[in-house]
Design a protein around this ligand. Structure first.
Ligand code: MG
Length: 383
């Protein structure tokens, strides 16, 4: 970092001339940072599943690796984010979970999940009826983003008698809406309003019911049981075919669910399914991560402030490291994003090969996330 960059960032926030207090802070900060190294010249994005955690268990020495990104007082010293396609809970809850599992202080700003970009669709669907699909709390996630008229597919399906003929054979219990007056109001709403969009927030728990109900919504223009209508919008948080969970071999992910839904929809509807997928390897996700890392750099400079992304434009990274386990997703994404991304592939998840991946070779292959962090810190902080 240099003083010029700091001044430039400050001007974009505050006008032309720094105040004396600001100048003092700048000089203090500059002297602190120049006495260390150049921690803002680089940043790190960590995938979670198969890199940092397997299911809910830390792997690859991740707690030790993350502690190295903080100073002795537990303050963040290296800008990093989690860049995961997973989700199903809000960024604030995920930050708390990760903090507890890894033993470090993680801010919600550092958690970028597959569904995080759905925030950008609030203006379009703020008051429209939308349905949220997936494990965890998909409707609560969307409500926290600002969508005011969202139902989980569980609550939505429960408004229609016999919409899932297999329900009586399913052993698990679907959560009932606790407040009965709310349930009646929801039912009236659902039976009178068309769904304008469906969001697959996280992995579907009940593929057969969800594919059935989504096809009902999508082929009828948003009102199950009616004639064929114009397809409402459909969004997926990501398109991962498989992911590494606790079982030794990979499990089907949202991309597999999308293929199943699309195949069936295209057999029953005259027009092919239209949809949008977010998540890695979409280069947009990496651009967004870069923007958030820029904000982090600025908030490291002034810990009390979380800054507007628009104000972070004055800072440029020399290198951004993507540490992931999935060549097609993490490495492919970093490669597509180009400069300043540098990809590091670990062997703790989807990828288990001895050499580099043939189709999507990483810039570096290591065994664990701890090795990856060691490489980055040696390269960036030892000179
Ligand atoms: Mg992964």
């Amino acid at each position: 970092m240099n003083l010029r960059i700091l001044r430039k960032a400050w001007r974009s926030r505050n006008g032309d001339q720094p105040s004396s207090a600001f100048s003092h802070n700048i000089i203090r900060l500059f002297s602190q940072l120049s006495s260390q190294s150049t921690p803002d010249a680089f940043g790190i994005a960590f995938d979670i599943d198969g890199v940092v955690l397997r299911s809910e268990a830390p792997i690859g020495g991740s707690p030790r690796a993350f502690r190295r990104l903080y100073d002795d007082s537990g303050n963040l010293r290296i800008p990093y984010v989690f860049l995961t396609n997973g989700g199903g809970i809000s960024e604030s809850k995920r930050a708390l979970e990760l903090s507890s599992l890894l033993g470090v202080k993680i801010s919600p700003l550092q958690v970028l999940q597959g569904h995080t970009p759905f925030k950008q669709l609030v203006n379009r669907f703020e008051n429209e009826l939308i349905v949220a699909v997936g494990k965890g709390e998909p409707a609560a996630v969307m409500a926290e983003y600002g969508f005011k008229n969202v139902l989980s597919i569980d609550d939505y399906a429960s408004c229609f008698d016999n919409i899932d003929p297999l329900a009586p054979y399913k052993k698990w219990i679907t959560k009932q809406v606790a407040d009965q007056s709310r349930a009646v109001a929801a039912k009236d709403l659902v039976l009178s309003q068309r769904v304008q969009a469906a969001f697959v927030v996280s992995d579907s728990v009940d593929w057969s019911r969800d594919i059935q109900v989504l096809c009902d919504i999508l082929r009828t223009g948003g009102l199950p049981g009616r004639g064929i209508g114009h397809q409402p919008q459909l969004y997926f948080a990501h398109d991962d075919l498989a992911y590494q969970a606790a079982f030794p071999s990979e499990r089907f992910g949202m991309g597999a669910f999308r293929i199943a839904l699309e195949s069936i929809f295209n057999r029953i509807h005259p027009h092919a399914l239209e949809y949008t997928t977010f998540g890695k390897p979409n280069p947009f996700v990496f651009k967004n991560a870069e923007l958030i890392l820029k904000q982090l750099v600025l908030s490291l400079q002034d810990k009390v402030q979380v800054l507007n992304p628009a104000n972070a434009g004055g800072h440029n990274f020399k290198t951004l490291y993507m540490i992931g386990d999935n060549p097609a997703v993490d490495i492919n994404g970093a490669r597509q994003a180009g400069h300043p991304w540098f990809s590091i592939l670990t062997r703790t998840g989807v990828f288990k090969g001895k050499e580099n991946h043939a189709e999507f070779p990483a810039d570096l292959v290591v065994d664990t996330v701890e090795e990856a962090v060691d490489f980055v810190l040696r390269k960036e902080c030892s000179s």
